[in-house]
Design a binder for this molecule. Structure first.
Ligand code: THG
Length: 369
C-alpha cells in the first residue's frame, strides 16, 4: 500500500499550490518547509514534455533571501566564495554558500537587482537565520528578510515561444541567468532566463502571492498552443545532466570541491569570506570524497529513499545519492559520493540495492551534455 503524508498548517504552501492541485498534482515533497509538487501522475509524460515541449513548474519553494541596504553586496560577497566583483545589476550568478569550516550549506542563484538589493534564491536549508547572524556579527548595514516572491518555472525547448508570447519578444535576448523586472497586466514579476534543467527556459518570479492562481492560468493559457502541461523539477533529467541537488547529493559534511564546484571558489580574492581559510586547506589537500557518476547494471531501478551503500574490494567506497533509470541512455545511472581512492573512471564497485547487490561502473559527470 502506498504511504500518504498529511498536509498540515505547519508546512507552508506556495501561491501556486491550489492551481497545481487543480491541475492534478498527485505527489509532493517538502523543501524549505513548503510543499513542492513533484508529479502529476504520469512521470513519462512529464519527462517527455520537458525534453520535447514545454512544462510549467511550481517552484515557489525556491525562497528568496533578500539583502537590502548599503551593505547588501558586501554581505553577499562575504557569504559566498565566488567572486561577485563583476556582477552587474540584472545579472544572476550561481553561488555556493559555505560555513566557516568550508562546508557547503546551500547553492542559491543570486540576483543582483541593484547595488542595494540582492536576492538569494535558495536551495533547501534555512539561510534566513544564517544570513541574519552573519550580517549582525559583521556589523553590516543591511536588512535580511524573506519577501513575498515565488518563482514559477517554464522549462523545455518550447519555453521561449510561450514566455515571449506572454511577456514580450524581449525575453528572447535575455542571456543565461540574466533577468528583468516587469509586469503582466498589473502582476509584478521578475523574468529570468534560468531554471533547474538543462533544456532551457525561464523563471517568472511572482512578487505578490495573491496573484498565484492568476499567473498560473496566464502561463497555462499562453502555453496551450504549444502543449504545455504541469511538471516539476525532474530527477531523471537532472541526474542525466549532472545538476547538483544540494542535500541530496551532498551531506552535512560536504564541501564545494567534492561537489565539483571548485571552479566557483575564488580563493585569490583579497576580501575575506566565510570559510576562506578552510577552503584553501581543502583545495591544497584535495577533497577526501567526490561526486561521480555510476552506471548500475540490471533491471530499471526506482529512486532511492536513502543513500545506498557502495562497496569496493577494500571496503566501503561511498554512497549512492540519487539513482534513476535514464530513458535516453537505457540504463540505471546515479550520482555517487565516492571516497577519493574509488573515483577512478571505469572502476568497478558494488551497490547495496534494496533487492540485493549489483555491480556498477564509475564515470565522470555529467552523463549527458
Ligand atoms: N532557480 C532558482 N532558484 C533555485 C534553483 C533554480 N534555488 C534552488 C536550486 N535551484 C539551487 N541550485 C541550483 C543548482 C544548479 C543551477 C541552478 C541552481 C544551475 N546550474 C548550471 C549548471 O550546473 O550547469 C549553471 C551553473 C553556473 O552558472 O556555473 O543552473 O534553478 N531561481
Amino acid at each position: 500500500m502506498s504511504l500518504h503524508l498529511t498536509l498540515s498548517a505547519r508546512i507552508r504552501k506556495s501561491p501556486f499550490f491550489e492551481a497545481a492541485r487543480a491541475a492534478g498534482m498527485t505527489h509532493a515533497s517538502v523543501y524549505n518547509r513548503m510543499y513542492l509538487p513533484v508529479s502529476y501522475g504520469d512521470p513519462a509524460a512529464e519527462y517527455r514534455r520537458l525534453m520535447e515541449g514545454v512544462a510549467m513548474w511550481d517552484v515557489g519553494v525556491q525562497r528568496q533571501i533578500q539583502l537590502a541596504g548599503p551593505d547588501a553586496m558586501a554581505l553577499a560577497a562575504f557569504l559566498t566564495p565566488r567572486d561577485l566583483s563583476r556582477c552587474q545589476a540584472g545579472q544572476g550568478k550561481y553561488v555556493p554558500l559555505c560555513d566557516f569550516d568550508g562546508r557547503l550549506i546551500n547553492d542559491p542563484v543570486l540576483l543582483k537587482l541593484n547595488e542595494q538589493l540582492v536576492w538569494l534564491s535558495i536551495a533547501d536549508s534555512d539561510m534566513l537565520y544564517w544570513a541574519r547572524a552573519v550580517a549582525a556579527l559583521k556589523g553590516f548595514d543591511v536588512a535580511v528578510s524573506e519577501p513575498d516572491v515565488s518563482p514559477l518555472a517554464v522549462q523545455g525547448p518550447l519555453a521561449t515561444k510561450v514566455v515571449s508570447d506572454l511577456i514580450g519578444d524581449w525575453v528572447r535576448s535575455l542571456k543565461f541567468f540574466w533577468f528583468r523586472e516587469t509586469e503582466l497586466d498589473g502582476i509584478p514579476l521578475v523574468v529570468a532566463r534560468s531554471g533547474w534543467s538543462k533544456q532551457g527556459g525561464y523563471e517568472l518570479y511572482l512578487r505578490d502571492g495573491s496573484y498565484g492562481t492568476a499567473l498560473w492560468e496566464r502561463v497555462a493559457a499562453a502555453g496551450k498552443a504549444y502543449g504545455i502541461g504541469p511538471g516539476a523539477p525532474n530527477t531523471v533529467e537532472r541526474v542525466e545532466s549532472g545538476l547538483l541537488s544540494c542535500g541530496t547529493d551532498t551531506d552535512d559534511e560536504s564541501n564545494p570541491f567534492e561537489a565539483n564546484l571548485g571552479h566557483l571558489i575564488d580563493l585569490d580574492r583579497a576580501q575575506d569570506f566565510a570559510g576562506k581559510a578552510a577552503l584553501a586547506a581543502i583545495r591544497d589537500a584535495g577533497p577526501a570524497r567526490r561526486l561521480m557518476g555510476i552506471t548500475i547494471e540490471g533491471a530499471p531501478l526506482s529512486v532511492n529513499e536513502t543513500p545506498w551503500p557502495i562497496h569496493a574490494a577494500d571496503g566501503q567506497a561511498g554512497t549512492v545519492r540519487a539513482v534513476v533509470h535514464s530513458p535516453r541512455l537505457g540504463r540505471n545511472i546515479a550520482i555517487a559520493l565516492l571516497g577519493r581512492a574509488h573515483c577512478a573512471v571505469g572502476g568497478q564497485v558494488i551497490v547495496d540495492c534494496p533487492d540485493g547487490q549489483r555491480s556498477a561502473v564509475v564515470s565522470e559527470l555529467p552523463f549527458m551534455r
